[in-house]
Design a protein around this ligand. Structure first.
Ligand code: IVH
Length: 711
């Protein structure tokens, strides 16, 4: 079994085997590290295995070994790197998998900028398969090197980075503050040499150059890093005290002037056709390159456009990674199993005879849904020429990036004459309640709701998870335990635990690690979370389609739980002002809006929400800090076709200045910005005496007219 696929997909038998395997490796690693002082695993590999072991234990608490390595203390290697908060976040990139995705990206960019008729200039460059690093120079001197970490906070690896010869220690003519970002990687020749050396020493063999680069950079002893042949390509920047260029391409040239290596296949391209032809050029060169690449990155060239396009929650709107096609393997499909998710979705999973796909051993793959197994896609069109997938089939498995492996095809010539079509269960395998597929939905769902243990436990686990209530000491394992005891059936029960079960907890003492101290710690941690910000509360409810970002948008709009609840009640018929207001929030579409209103209107769900709210002090969203703009706090409506800005950019820029953008005109509206073709909304504004502005008047008001005249 490999560590590269998700713990979520393990069944109990696999989990037990995997725990034994990890126990052996981790014990050996502990002894190598602490006793022999001769580690064979890199710190990050050790951390990853330890985390995987813990994740499996949390999922299958009864399988935890008596002497588990999780209970052993010892300096955690990763803690020895100091954490550094990035001054500008290190983001990831959205992916494009085919030419259509690239065209769509180009269309999105043009639409956002309102440049539909024009050709946009981009920069295309290889996506290097290494690990990203941010280098901070103050007055030209390298003072800090930080890994990406989770994008917000990374690890201080300054001493190690200084040993890499591609990284200048001093730069002349640099701005006072200059952060250069790029990829640390290892060439294929160096990777093979390193592995040969490791083999001789009987030391750890690295699976691929990326792991070798990561393991080499994250060494506690910088002498080891120094002995490893690491390289660095610069391709981006973080904080800079003064701009280094106006165009992406010129900025890359500037990085070269500062003394960095940049990739020689970096090219300025006009429009999506040139991007795709450069992608083909790089794909053809790929096999001859002395380093691994896994795609081509496209970035909007004009940096003022990049600024206007800005970011989604974790990826920029101005860049995309066009990935190379996935790696494929072939194997037997041994069984199809059904997993039940938090929202009751029945997800079929393929259990495979383990097979190596591009360096990773795969033994599970997603089968998506009932139709996918039958050979039909979401639009009713045939997949795999309509060939279904059956237990016992010979299948083609592929992996694209880090995502869960998928099955692309079946070799029907190898199908046994005895095989039978897979019968998708009409009952939930966890609770035996009927499963139901609503017309138009590709997913079958268990109808058991909170009576289905799988849904209830996963819903509760979501409730206490990191972005939600994040209660210390209350993880999946404890949730399962309390659920089985019947103590916690719904979220509000968590807040009654202390009152009702203080005595009962004695029953748990000496079992599963509970004692008076740990119980008190848990109660204190729960008490701490009685006061909860509105956005976390909303996210914790586990409403379908409502993620952390949209929960934050709702909190920002409605400010208090009372206002939000009242608005949802008013929107019960999916029409009227409150419904329009909900839909007018940028980032809230029809499907999400319906799910939220339904969650508040469904009587059993509402009971759960109200009982929970009674236990809590839900904090109202604070008014945003003053932006000092003329439109702060105002409600504005855009109507008709805008000619200078696109509708999305207009909305986002108004919100950045503290205004609320609404989809409908009411007495509360301050301005209606009307472009050509505006009809009923301008009329309504006139009737209500609401001020109507042209787009230019609006840009004058918010002081953006100069910026647009310049372009
Ligand atoms: S640009 C805001 N350019 O890919 C965007 N990233 O999936 C910053 N990567 O974390 C990244 N080659 O580690 C960029 N030419 C390139 C890249 C590149 C490799 C990596 C980088 C990043 C990841 C995003």
């Amino acid at each position: 079994m490999s560590e590269d696929y998700s713990v979520e997909l393990l069944n109990a038998i696999e989990a037990e085997k995997e725990l034994l395997r990890l126990d052996k490796i981790l014990n050996q690693a502990n002894s190598d590290y602490y006793i022999k002082d001769a580690p064979i695993l890199s710190d990050s590999e050790y951390d990853d295995l330890k985390k995987r072991n813990l994740d499996i234990e949390l999922r299958f608490p009864t399988l935890k070994l008596e002497n588990s390595v999780s209970n052993k203390v010892g300096a955690k290697p990763s803690d020895t790197f100091k954490k550094i908060k990035h001054s500008v976040r290190m983001l990831s990139l959205a992916n494009a998998f085919d030419e259509q995705d690239v065209k769509d990206f180009d269309i999105r960019v043009k639409k956002f900028l309102g440049n539909e008729g024009k050709v946009i200039s981009y920069v295309a460059e290889p996506k290097i398969d290494g690990l990203s690093l941010s280098l901070r120079y103050i007055n030209g001197e390298l003072v800090q090197a930080t890994t990406r970490g989770d994008g917000e906070v990374g690890e201080n690896v300054t001493a190690n980075a200084k040993t890499i010869s591609d990284i200048p220690k001093n730069i002349s003519n640099a701005p006072e503050i200059l952060e250069i970002r790029g990829e640390v990687y290892m060439s294929l020749v160096d990777f093979n040499k390193l592995n040969a050396k490791q083999e001789k020493k009987n030391a750890k063999i690295f699976a691929n150059p990326r792991n070798a680069a990561a393991g080499s950079l994250r060494q506690l002893n910088c002498k080891i890093t120094e002995s490893r042949p690491l390289k660095f390509y610069a391709y981006a920047w973080g904080e800079v005290s003064s701009p280094i260029a106006n165009k992406q391409f010129d900025a890359i040239k500037k990085l070269e002037e500062f003394g960095f290596s940049t990739n020689n296949m970096t090219k300025r391209c006009s429009g999506h056709e040139e991007l795709i032809s450069h992608y083909k050029y790089i794909s053809n060169k790929r096999a001859d390159l002395d380093y691994d690449i896994d795609g081509v990155v496209y970035k909007v060239d004009d940096l003022s456009f990049q600024d206007r396009l800005g970011f989604r929650s974790t990826t920029p709107r101005w860049a995309i990674a066009h990935k190379f096609p996935a790696e494929v393997g072939q194997t037997w499909l041994e069984a199809i199993e059904i997993q039940v998710g938090r929202t009751g979705a029945l997800s079929p999973v393929a259990r495979l005879k383990p097979v190596n796909v591009g360096g990773v051993v795969v033994s599970n793959a997603t089968l998506h849904n009932e139709d996918y197994i039958k050979g039909v896609d979401s639009k009713g069109e045939l997949l795999r020429n309509g060939i279904d997938i059956r237990e016992g089939d010979w299948v083609f498995v592929y992996r694209a990036g880090d995502v869960i492996p998928k099955i692309s095809d079946v070799d029907i010539s190898k199908r046994s004459s005895k095989s039978k079509p897979y019968l998708f269960p009409s009952f939930c395998p966890e609770c035996n309640n009927r499963s139901e597929r609503i017309k138009g939905d590709s997913v079958a769902r268990c109808t058991g709701g909170m009576t289905c243990p799988a849904q209830a436990v996963q819903g509760l686990a979501h409730f206490v998870s990191r972005g939600a209530f994040d209660i210390d000491g209350l993880g999946n394992k404890q949730i399962e335990q309390f659920y089985e005891l019947g103590w916690v059936k719904e979220p509000s029960d968590i807040f009654k635990l202390k009152l009702r079960y203080e005595k009962g907890l004695k029953r748990l003492e000496n079992r599963d690690g509970w004692g008076q101290r740990s119980a008190n710690n848990l109660f204190n941690a729960i008490e701490e979370k009685r006061k909860i910000p509105l956005n976390r509360f909303l996210y914790a409810l586990g409403i379908r389609h409502l993620g952390e970002t949209s929960a934050a948008l709702l909190a920002k709009r409605y400010k208090s739980f009372e206002t939000l609840k009242q608005s949802m009640d008013e929107a019960y018929s999916f029409s009227g002002d409150s419904w329009d207001e909900l839909l007018s929030i940028d980032g809230v579409g029809d499907i999400l809006a319906r799910a939220i209103v339904e969650a508040f209107e469904n009587s059993s769900q509402r009971k759960i929400i109200d009982k929970l709210a009674d236990e809590l002090d839900i904090e109202s969203e604070l008014e945003v800090l003053s932006t000092g703009s003329a439109i702060e706090g105002m409600i504005v409506v855009f109507t008709g076709s805008l000619e200078i800005m696109s509708r999305s950019e207009a909305k986002i820029s108004a919100e950045r200045l503290g205004a609320k953008v609404s989809g409908s005109v009411s007495k509360k509206t301050n301005f209606v910005i009307a472009g050509p073709g505006s009809g009923s909304k301008s009329k309504k504004a006139l009737e209500l005496g609401v001020k109507v502005l042209t787009e230019t008047e609006w840009l004058d008001l918010i002081n953006l007219s100069n910026e647009f005249n310049a372009n």
